[in-house]
Ligand binder design. Structure first.
Ligand SMILES: Nc1nc2c(ncn2[C@@H]2O[C@H](COP(=O)(O)OP(=O)(O)OP(=O)(O)O)[C@@H](O)[C@H]2O)c(=O)[nH]1
Ligand SMILES: [Mg+2]
Length: 377
């Protein structure tokens, strides 16, 4: 936390090419749309964040211009970067900063590799500090792996690596039990499996069943280490306007498990992004993050109140006739009263801050939950 700004870290865990960068960049757009006309604004908190988001958006919009969407036209992330989004109530001095770390998913697969071990350590520290974990899941891989290819799933979904990271995260949450702890399992690229956003088939139940099956170990780890954590399931379309036309499996000795899935997509006319599920994600984040902020603010207010009461007692309390007399004569009593008044002012200010945060919470979390949201575990 810097100054009066609440800083909330959001951790993302997924291997390469799942859709982390796209998801983060989409959050700002969705947040702004959600907050349009309200007393709260969401903005990039710094120039690098603003630039990264506009560059990512430009690349995606460009890729969706074509009739056929080619995923490889969107490049992998090469360096870790912090996306910072500020949630700013128009009337308040107490904004909330969402900080999301984006990193090359390949680092998760190979623990940073030979050259990036230290930077990967930093990423892991960030993930451990995050109260919220988002686990984007490659829906196409999961849904298109028929029996013969199912054995590639644990390695290509990076389940053992995710379990390890989640275990460290859950241990941290166990230490900070009073804080909210949330994990959101988010299948992405599910445009062709759900029928509520232009898709032709409804495989929602199958998708959920497969996520439960493949991530059961991850869920178990969280249950063991941090039973108080809330586990949600939320499929997300960051594009919404593409359709899977085929998913071919080829033998590839470099691919984990020896086979690689090659999806092909058609762009649904007119190629305009139709996000789905991100509003629920923002609502979940705000609920959890702001209630954490509120808790912390209330704790601070309680501490300030205690100090102010202590100072007041110290200022007013009688310490015996001769000592009281001396306190008054020497001017120390007046100094104590001044300190007590300053303490009361700090207390009043922190209460006012809690109220502002509460306003933000109400603005964002009164939305009803969408039908895609489910509990997991
Ligand atoms: N069909 C579809 N493709 C998506 C979606 N989200 C992302 N993609 C595509 O999936 C590919 C990978 O997305 P990225 O956001 O770059 O993935 P990443 O997890 O950041 O990958 P690394 O940077 O390598 O870790 C890109 O071609 C994206 O355009 C989605 O919701 N639907
Ligand atoms: Mg990326």
């Amino acid at each position: 936390m810097s100054g009066s700004e609440f800083n909330y870290k959001i951790g993302l865990i997924a291997p390469s090419r799942v859709g982390k960068t796209t998801l983060i960049a989409s959050l700002l757009n969705e947040g702004q749309q959600l907050l349009a006309g309200s007393q709260v604004a969401m903005r990039p908190a710094d120039t690098p964040t603003a630039n990264r988001i506009t560059v990512t958006e430009g690349v995606i919009r460009g890729a969706l211009r074509a009739k056929v969407f080619e995923p490889d036209r969107v490049h992998s992330t090469s360096d870790p970067s912090h996306f910072r989004l500020r949630l700013q109530p128009r009337t308040s001095e107490a904004p909330i900063l969402f900080e999301i770390l984006d990193y090359p998913g390949a680092w998760l697969e190979e623990s940073g590799g030979e050259r990036n071990g230290a930077a990967w350590e930093d990423c892991q520290t960030f993930l451990g500090d995050s109260t919220v974990l988002i686990i984007p899941i490659e829906a196409v891989l999961l849904m298109e792996a028929e029996e013969k290819y199912e054995r590639v799933l644990p390695s290509q979904l990076a389940i053992p690596q995710i379990e390890q990271l989640v275990r460290s995260w859950a241990k941290e949450r166990r230490h900070n039990r009073h804080e909210p702890a949330l994990v959101v399992f988010c299948p992405v690229k599910c445009e062709s499996y759900l029928s509520d956003n232009g898709g032709f088939q409804d495989k929602a139940a199958d998708l959920l069943a497969r996520v439960k099956r493949e991530y059961s170990g991850v869920v178990q780890v969280i249950r063991e280490e941090a039973p108080h954590a809330v586990l949600r399931y939320l499929p997300i379309d960051t594009f919404g306007c593409v359709e899977l036309t085929s998913a071919r499996w080829i033998e590839d000795p470099r691919a984990l498990g020896g086979y690689k899935c090659l999806p092909r997509y058609r762009v649904r006319e007119p190629g305009v992004i139709a996000r789905k599920g991100l509003d629920d994600l923002i609502m979940l984040l705000c609920n959890q993050l702001v209630s954490a902020a509120q808790l912390r603010s209330e704790q601070a207010a309680a501490e300030d109140k205690l100090i102010s009461e202590h100072l007041r007692q110290h200022a007013d309390g009688s310490e015996g006739f001769f000592r009281d007399l001396w306190l008054n004569w020497s001017g120390q009593r007046a100094a104590r009263v001044r300190r007590a008044e300053a303490g009361e002012e700090t207390y009043r200010q922190s209460v006012a801050q809690s109220k502002t945060l509460f306003d933000v919470l109400s603005a964002l979390s009164t939305r009803p939950e969408g039908p895609r949201l489910a509990y997991l575990g």
